[in-house]
Write a protein that binds this ligand. Sequence first.
Ligand code: DHB
Length: 422
Amino acid sequence: MRQAEIDSRKGGRLRRHRNSNTGPLPRFTPAYAPALGRAPMHALVRLPDCATETTGPITGFGPTSDSEHVLIHQHAGTPIGERIVVSGRVLDTSGRPITRNLVEIWQANSAGRYAAPADHYDGPLDPNFTGTGRCLTDTDGWYRFTTIMPGSHRSDHRCDAWRPPHIHFSVMGTTFNQRLITQMYFPGDPLLREDPIVQAAPEPQRSHLISRLDHAIGENGWARGYRFDIVLPDVPHPLPAHRPHTAPVSDTWQTPPQTIGPFFAPALLRSHWHNAAHDNDPIAIELTGTVYDGAGKPVPHTLIETWQPDPRGNSNGQFTRTSTGSTGHYRLRTARPRTNAATDAAPHIALSLFTSGLNDRVITRVYLADDPSGNATDPVLAALPADRRRTLLAHPERTDLTTRYRFDIALQGNEETVFFRV
Ligand SMILES: O=C(O)c1ccc(O)c(O)c1
């Protein structure tokens, strides 16, 4: 199909989106091809502030070693490329530093190739570069990585399109609401103007995706420095006595999300993170399902994270992270959700889904279908039309060892899952 034809079909779909007054999803962009089959068509449903989404995993899974922020020392030899230091502060819009918070990055090597099995671009791999790093912010919200300048990646969606060199950033934030995945770009890059992922972010936020050359951050004669600050939305803070360190910034300073893309696995996944329950926990449940696109096809390389606060209302809840891998299917293990002292909601699990084609994550809730009396009291379920309410129910499938629930997620189509705005 010719590009003009593709664009006009996409345009038609987008117009229908607008006319039906249901969407599109914020930051939907038809020029970013996988968005077409994946961006939900229904408007996001506003969630009331509730303990589930206003608590969070705080540091998530902390780094296991100090060297994880130096990406050029992870192998026996030195990776090929220009050395750079990337550093900045993580703040909220009140100017409060987000401290001891997990920042994770991943990027292509200097030839534009990711060391991820899902990347089939034929640029050379560098045996000395994985391109993944992690660190915790310090007490002023600073993070710092030493890496190499990424090359431009050939887009899978158009053979004549090259992504501007970029570094993917994942920041846990202090609550489920604040969780952010974005991308950092480099100043003066002519590819920025034509990249549909960058362009999907509205100005003035778009310019906050572009780092600043900063010699104070680099190391004289050894590495160039780039400054990239990340501003998360303000949320009720778990530490009310905490004093702002900088002046508050306006909401338009918030760092916009950017797609996770398909190549996050080496950076974000560890083999045990899909399991938040103890091995012999009698109340653990398994949650399994498939993520579907609008054509009913499974969606591979999708990141799923779940969160449920401790039922006593403190912040030691359960967090899981897993992916749909190459099959589109996911499996995780967590505690059976219980009634939470701090909410009037029926037991449920909060779930975020990040995938290529979506510049922002989508958020949903998992309720258990075998708790009809509890679900009948839930104000969020009650506010939904009956035919959409059922998309939030996980169905039990008994096994010998544990209770397994099935929760399929449809990004589009007749059974489109209800997605929320927080
Ligand atoms: O969604 C994608 O296909 C895609 C590919 C490569 C990237 O670097 C990226 O950010 C997204």
